[in-house]
Design a protein around this ligand. Sequence first.
Ligand code: SAM
Length: 409
Amino acid sequence: MSGELDPRLLTRAREVVAAITGFRDDAIATEAMERVVRAELTRGRSAGDLLGELLQPVSPLSATLARSVLVGETYFFRQPEHFRFISQEGVPAALRRGALALRGWSAGCATGEEAYSLAACLQSSLPHGFPVEVLGTDLQESSLETARRATYGSWSRRESAPRLFPLYVELGDREVQILPVVRRVTTFAQSNLLAPLPERFGRFDFILCRNVLTYFTPAARDAAITLLSRTLNPGGLLFLGAVEVDRVPPGMVREGPPELQCFRLLAPGESVAPSSRTRASDRARAPEKPERPAPPATKPARAAAAPPPEPSRIHLTALERIEEGDEVGATAVLEALVRQSPDYLPGLLELALLRERSGAREAAVPLMRTLRSRAERLPPDQLVDGPEALPARFYQASADAYLNQGTLE
Ligand SMILES: C[S@@+](CC[C@H](N)C(=O)[O-])C[C@H]1O[C@@H](n2cnc3c(N)ncnc32)[C@H](O)[C@@H]1O
């Protein structure tokens, strides 16, 4: 059935999908929703009937619409640096804390490659027989069925992600089967990242939530991160995808290089060094006028123009606007900042991310390109001043991850 669909129906469908998934408006694929609606109309239902169903708090149609927009792209040992870090740093640290078992969660696991990769990583990094458990959760039940079958084709293996730890055996030319020892410790359950994980699943030492929050509104992303952090054991590590967050989540500290996007939950009573953001705000609050009066000018005809505020100070003003929910105001501040200080990398990244979140990807891409070319010119380890001092390679990696996104997903 072709032809125009009732716009009220599509608007309501969009609202329902956004509420269930947490997706930004521009991350909700209209064609996918339209296919679902048209299929229902073809089965003889009227637009009014569908609209009535979508006005219910929960309904089968809402769930079908939400499932239709989910993107389940994944593969084994994606972002291998996370698995290396877990093996080389995370596991030894957990053992030093006295852990007697290690538990991982692949949150938004799609068809399970990430959960099995995490289980294999933990098992290979621990003494034989050390207890390991990994949970994979997703909203998409059909993906979880694939995960439970534990048989994968060539699409799940990519050159860019080496097989870091023993994970599967070949089944003929095309397929692979997850090793029984890995499969035994990995379970899957349906769960929405916007709702608390039921208590029975316990707490975790390692959580991977990657390439999921990139589709979320800022509010949904913050809510999901808060829920994730509540399920970590003290000292546990949360790994997010590149460019999914641009600051350290509350109650956590950064671990490893910034581009790793790894955050550790503080142990109770553990003191935090004041964050560089606080230090930057302190700098921003420094007295504007020199404490000693400047020597009198020989020609007092015109007052000297005040120097423009430091870029990181303007940036902090924009961050405050974002926190207040004033994205329009924040955009205006950042646009002025980028015009005034085109080499200030944190400003380019902030503005690009803000535009991306507001759905203006076409306006974010050129900024990310500029960011990459400016970051490339700096030595990778050179610290770039901003609300948080980060090395140039963080900005390059963020821009690369963003610009390569379209080719991977
Ligand atoms: C692109 S895949 C990423 C898979 C894996 N984490 C990786 O990085 O390879 C994103 C997954 O997140 C799931 N997802 C999206 N929104 C979700 C939500 N609100 N709750 C749970 N899962 C969600 C989708 O169903 C999809 O399987």
